[in-house]
Design a protein. Sequence first.
Length: 207
Amino acid sequence: MPIARRLALAPPVLLEEMPDHPDLFDQYRFMLAAGMKRVRGGWEFEGQFYPDYLTVGGTALAIKRTALKYCKGVGLDIGAGYWPLPGSTAIDLVRGPGLARSLDDIAVASQDYAFSAHTLEHIADWRPVLASWVSKLKPGGYLFLYLPHPDCGLWHPRNPYMVQEHKWAPDPQVVSDHLSTIGLSIVDRDDGPDHFYSFFVCARKPA
């Protein structure tokens, strides 16, 4: 039987129900339902265009080159998903290789670094959580945070697409000030937004 005929007879299958489907398939219907405007190559929200690559995942890849200047030795990628920072031990509550691990399994003061990309914005009470991440660092260890920029409407909690996921909109100054308040030294920072509509802060625990 010709393939076109077989496909015509097959029951319809939603793209997002296919095995190992790309994240993009999940996002498409959800973003339409949330009122996002579909345009060729991406989405429009509040008059701003956001390219499709922002909705696929893998944010660690966007900052990898910079992060690896500081993230050396034994370290964590917290909220790694399917794309952990190379050389890191992945930890994730939702998906990917980090599902097998909990932060509670990591000894205090045992890590040279803790890296996290687009995770902290999912946590409403983020300050004590951040303190628990810092507790895993050795003296002199690095904390590297890569976060969505507050000017990015796509990821802002006011966007119906993100209202259930993102609990707050991280601000570079707020994050940096808090890290300083808890005794870390800011060693590098880019307030962005970069090509991933994000910013980073890297801080060091006292030696």
